[in-house]
Design a protein around this ligand. Sequence first.
Ligand SMILES: [Zn+2]
Length: 124
Amino acid sequence: MTTRSCPCGLPQAYDQCCGRYHLGAAAPTAEALMRSRYSAFVKRDEGYLLRTWHPRTRPARVEFDPGMRWTGLEILGTGDGSAFHTTGSVTFRASFRGGSLHERSRFERVAGAWVYVDGEFLDQ
Ligand SMILES: [Zn+2]
């Protein structure tokens, strides 16, 4: 994975996009957090995924399927989740070799920082 563009699909280089959040900058919106979590799955950054997971729903660890090859993220819609909100949702399709995941994820702020709460699958 080189730095042509960020794994999340935005045209910026990874270092100027999700990489900043992986290094500790706060994601300003639920969508930015969602994108950075997708990129963390691509890069298998378990520490980032766990610290951006709501303490109420956070698993003990994240299992990465070694055969999984993520191929793209498409944001289909957002609800709230801006700098002025404390909750938000992001509907997206995450593609991988052999299929895709269509999900609506819910996010909340904990101590000011956006975290992932849970998600529902919308179809196959
Ligand atoms: Zn990105």
